[in-house]
Design a protein around this ligand. Sequence first.
Ligand SMILES: Nc1ncnc2c1ncn2[C@@H]1O[C@H](COP(=O)(O)OP(=O)(O)O)[C@@H](O)[C@H]1O
Ligand SMILES: *[C@@H]1O[C@H](CO)[C@@H](O)[C@H](O)[C@H]1NC(C)=O
Ligand SMILES: *[C@@H]1O[C@H](CO)[C@@H](O)[C@H](O)[C@H]1NC(C)=O
Ligand SMILES: *[C@@H]1O[C@H](CO)[C@@H](O)[C@H](O)[C@H]1NC(C)=O
Ligand SMILES: [Mg+2]
Length: 350
Amino acid sequence: METRPQGGRKGPPPRDVPPVVGLLLSMALMNALLYLCLDWLFISPRRSTEDPTRCPYGHFRMGPTSNCSPWLSCEQLRTEVRQMKRVGEGAVKRVFLSEWKERKVALSRLTRLEVRDDFLHGLRMLKSLQSEHVVTLLGYCEADNSILTEYHPLGSLSSLEATLNLSKYRSTNTWQHRLQLALGYVAIIDFLHRSPLGTLVMCDSSDLPKTLSQYLLTANFSIVLNDLDALPLVNRSTGALVKCGHRELRGDFVAPEQLWPYGEDVPFHDDLMPAYDEKIDIWKIPDVSSFLLGHVEGSDMVRFHLFDIHKACKSQTPAERPTAQDVLDTYQKVLNLLRDTATSQTREML
Ligand SMILES: Nc1ncnc2c1ncn2[C@@H]1O[C@H](COP(=O)(O)OP(=O)(O)O)[C@@H](O)[C@H]1O
Ligand SMILES: *[C@@H]1O[C@H](CO)[C@@H](O)[C@H](O)[C@H]1NC(C)=O
Ligand SMILES: *[C@@H]1O[C@H](CO)[C@@H](O)[C@H](O)[C@H]1NC(C)=O
Ligand SMILES: *[C@@H]1O[C@H](CO)[C@@H](O)[C@H](O)[C@H]1NC(C)=O
Ligand SMILES: [Mg+2]
């Protein structure tokens, strides 16, 4: 309960304010205004969903300087895209490095008709969730079960260690860059949980390798979500929860509420399996982040600073876990703190 002091109505009538107090008051007011403006200037733009460089719905742009073009049609996909070599495959899509107008692009094809619903769900999500956090859609053809997206030569997060081990990228293999990646990952989870469509749960993540394969590393070392085939919606107002698939999940990568709760003696039955919410994604953050932080100089220092928030992510009770936004804020604070410390240490050395 909040108790507010009762307002000044009953108090004595206002007296003349001495000029000094007036001056001080107006200075305080100016300060507050200035603070609000700075806050708006430096914090809001990053949080804002309105990005002037983004194209309107149904359009894409390949580079920051090019114009917006409409998504390619079936006809264009069939005649203008040249399929080259296979670069990846999952349960739903087979992905080919391809060429369109002398640019490298990624053409995804449905692997088998039984999973067409997942494929179409993924396409619908891709269309609705285009943003800095999601791979850029270039076109699609439902009749041919094909999707064209931006190609990312560094591939998925599964090959992060191998990529950072290449001589070309070795200088990037620092705790700063790796913490930045973890920040990007949590920003994607936060984006899904507060998406334009509502609270979406990243279901395609029943183990670490599988989870990593759903995200791509961009050439400028940011992370984008690529596989959106399993993003069910939690509806707070109707209390509708989700289940990730119809099969029994095991292991401790998945959240405890995703495990069969009735013991070995009762055989698993999907109808009896309780549903859950987006807090399953929070449970997985420490494991994914720890992978992203890796084992370079400074990784353990970062882990130490993230210890408390990660411990909270691993609460057995879903409701006690922080939100993705809380985790993101903490990561940002730790990054700022460690950056400042590193800078002042460098200054001392000079
Ligand atoms: N745009 C892309 N650029 C580069 N590699 C990609 C791209 N899209 C997918 N891949 C590769 O293909 C793999 C499978 O893609 P994904 O969309 O996860 O398929 P599935 O839905 O079958 O799991 C990814 O893990 C990645 O290695
Ligand atoms: C990194 O590269 C070195 C040689 O350059 C190799 O011995 C090592 O196995 C590589 N590690 C990974 C994780 O690829
Ligand atoms: C939740 O369900 C209600 C009732 O079906 C619906 O009106 C509302 O749009 C849903 N919310 C979301 C975010 O889908
Ligand atoms: C990195 O590239 C993505 C597109 O691949 C772009 O949206 C983003 O703004 C770039 N970030 C930086 C810091 O250049
Ligand atoms: Mg996948």
